[in-house]
Design a protein around this ligand. Structure first.
Ligand SMILES: Nc1ncnc2c1ncn2[C@@H]1O[C@H](COP(=O)(O)OP(=O)(O)OP(=O)(O)O)[C@@H](O)[C@H]1O
Ligand SMILES: [Mg+2]
Length: 603
């Protein structure tokens, strides 16, 4: 299961479990293993070239010096400046070619793998049980998915290669240094890396101080925002002074924190100047000494080479912590993605393979239900209801009574806690979930249109429908006229980026969608938002078309719909409190239904 957000915010720690999960990513790299390994060959090549570069530079700079000593790498050393320069050019050319192919190949492999991960993660998400969406906020899910993918992308594309390169540079650098002069190497290794590490740790400490100051600044912004958006409260309560005091306190705290971090930054700068550069000067001094005398320990070419390797290694060591942190984050992100990909979807959880003919005969037998994440709050407590084929069933009850919940159970968004839901005598748990839902259509309370044309939106329940079928559905849903009045007709773009439709228009498109699907069972969660009487009439007509010839469960708010129902179930306190036809129920003195209707008549 996914980790809750709070935990995720904490510092990423590598755990065995996390790494094990993150290894799931290799499955996505496997299909591209061959091309990926070629990419690695280029990486090794370009890294090796990078390793030779300081050697060449050293030889070039030291080439005109008089000293020459036997040394382990004399073979590579070139006496002539022109030759060394040429060699350097060739080296860079090779480096350019290798890097080009390395980048291209790594990018390709990364993007291929990411496409597969994106696809799998999305398919997983879309097949998640409804409960998952109850527990996770959609906005959070999407932004997390996006940021996890970016993190993995960055790592696969560059961080891994970079990490590898730096490690090779450090190890290779040490080897070269040792070959040039083990004595100077030991002096260097005892100082520069130690200083570099201290500098990195110190730098981190300073960043943390800066972060604390930043957080405090953010807090102060909240105070400003709160006070200004709630300005009328501030003024009405003459609380200006209080607000100012609050703000002043924070402003003082910001000052204190920033001064503190400034102090440490000063210490840091002095430290760098004195210790790090001091260490470098010390090594140069020691190295210079070695190149002096009649029988110097080291040629000046080698000395220059040594300096270049030292600089290169220093840079590599310095970049490691950031790379390491980035890889750590990427492992966390990969773990998240793999979590999503490995979570069981509806199909695995809600097994059931039977595909009976569904005629619209439905019964609820003593249904108890609470939402999975709120076991302490029962919603349904022993609901019994029956529907025969082609009947119109109205569900009424006060807000929060559980009407929409009953609709969700019909669609098997959730499993009941106990009791049985039967379709033509077959338990809902034994029925294949896709088969079940393919026999149903839902017209929800709030219609949401997808980005696309009106035609595509109507065809949503039956993508293979012909244009004639779509137009016919629109006609029956009383939507044909307004759709045709648009300049682009059925090709008009709707949804977030398209034109805005009125509530009544959206509802009629949803009705057309349901008509086209032609389900055996219709679930209609009537909109509570009032329409003007003209579109009310159009929607009502459309609904009557829609309900004809199928079992309809209508969560009804409109008196007109309820009146025409074959049977009305009044839901109250998790049970069916009353049932029957309108006339029977209205006759019940002090009945719930009579009360509801009375209320509606009055308003
Ligand atoms: N996804 C959910 N998770 C947890 N509790 C829920 C969820 N949806 C509804 N509930 C709770 O279940 C109870 C019944 O809600 P339901 O949506 O079925 O009411 P309703 O009869 O459709 O009300 P309305 O007429 O306002 O639409 C309410 O107390 C509500 O707080
Ligand atoms: Mg509802």
């Amino acid at each position: 299961m996914l980790r809750p957000k709070k935990e995720k915010k904490q510092k990423v720690k590598l755990t065995k479990e996390g790494i094990r999960k993150a290894k799931g990513i290799f499955r996505y790299l496997k299909p591209y293993a061959f091309i990926f390994s070629i990419g690695w060959i280029f990486l090794v090549l370009s890294t090796s070239v990078g390793l030779v570069f300081p050697l060449m530079m050293g030889q070039l700079l030291g080439a005109n010096s008089m000293n020459s000593t036997e040394d382990a790498i004399r073979v590579i050393s070139l006496e002539n400046i022109n030759q060394v320069a040429l060699a350097l050019f060739l080296l860079f050319a090779a480096q350019a070619v290798f890097s080009f192919f390395r980048v291209i190949i790594f990018t390709n492999v990364t993007e291929n793998a990411l496409r597969d991960i994106r696809k799998d993660a999305f398919s997983r998400l879309i097949y998640m049980p409804m409960d998952f969406f109850n527990r996770n906020k959609v906005g959070e899910l999407t932004s997390r998915l996006a940021s996890d993918i970016v993190q993995v992308q960055e790592t696969l594309r560059t961080t891994i290669a970079e990490f590898f390169r730096q490690i090779v540079m450090i190890v290779g650098g040490i080897v070269f240094l040792m070959l040039i002069s083990w004595k100077l190497s030991l002096i260097m290794l005892a100082t520069v890396p130690v200083m570099a590490i201290v500098a990195v740790v110190f730098g981190k400490f300073i960043r943390r101080l800066a972060k604390v100051a930043q957080d405090e600044t953010a807090k102060s912004n909240v105070v400003v925002e709160e006070s200004l958006t709630g300005i009328s409260n501030v003024k009405a309560f003459t609380n200006e002074l209080f607000s100012i005091q609050r703000y002043t306190k924070i402003a003082e705290e910001i000052r204190r924190l920033n001064v503190k971090s400034g102090l440490w930054r000063g210490v840091f700068a002095s430290f760098i100047i004195f210790c790090l550069f001091g260490a470098i000067v010390f090594i140069i001094w020691q190295g210079m000494l070695m190149t002096q005398g009649t029988n110097p320990e080291m040629s000046s070419k080698d000395f220059y080479t040594f300096i270049f390797y030292t600089i290169m290694m220093g840079a590599s060591v310095g970049s490691l912590p950031e790379l390491y942190a980035s890889i750590q984050k990427a492992i966390g992100s990969t773990e998240n993605l793999m979590d999503i990909i490995q979570t069981e979807g509806e199909k695995e959880i809600m097994s059931g393979t039977s595909r009976p003919v569904i005629t619209g005969k439905v019964s609820f037998k003593n249904i108890f239900f609470h939402y999975p994440q709120r076991p302490d709050m029962p919603v349904l407590e022993g609901v019994n209801l029956d529907a025969e084929p082609n009947e119109t069933i109205a569900l009424v009850g006060s807000s929060g009574a559980g009407k929409s919940t009953i609709a969700s159970l019909l669609l098997r968004y959730f499993e009941t806690t106990s009791g049985e839901i039967l379709f033509d005598g077959e338990n809902i748990r034994d029925i294949d979930i896709e088969h079940l839902r393919s026999n149903m259509a839902l017209v929800p309370q709030e219609v949401i249109l997808f980005g696309g044309s009106v035609r595509e939106n109507i065809a949503y329940g039956k993508p293979e429908a012909s244009l004639e079928e779509i137009e016919e559905a629109a006609r029956q849903a009383n939507a044909y006229d307004f759709i045709s009045s648009f300049p682009d007709g059925f090709e008009t773009q709707v949804g977030d980026r398209g034109i805005q439709l009125s509530g009544g228009q959206k509802q009629r498109i949803a009705i057309a969608r349901a008509l086209l699907k032609n389900p055996t069972i219709l679930i209609l969660d009537e909109a509570t938002s009032a329409l003007d009487s003209e579109s009310e009439k159009l929607v009502q007509d459309a609904l009557e078309h829609l309900m004809k010839g199928r079992t309809s469960f209508v969560i009804a708010h409109r008196l007109s719909t309820i009146r025409n129902a074959d049977r009305i179930f009044v839901i109250d306190q998790g049970k069916v409190a009353e049932q029957g036809k309108h006339d029977d129920l209205i006759a019940l003195e002090s009945g719930i239904y009579a009360g509801l209707i009375n209320l509606q008549m009055r308003s």
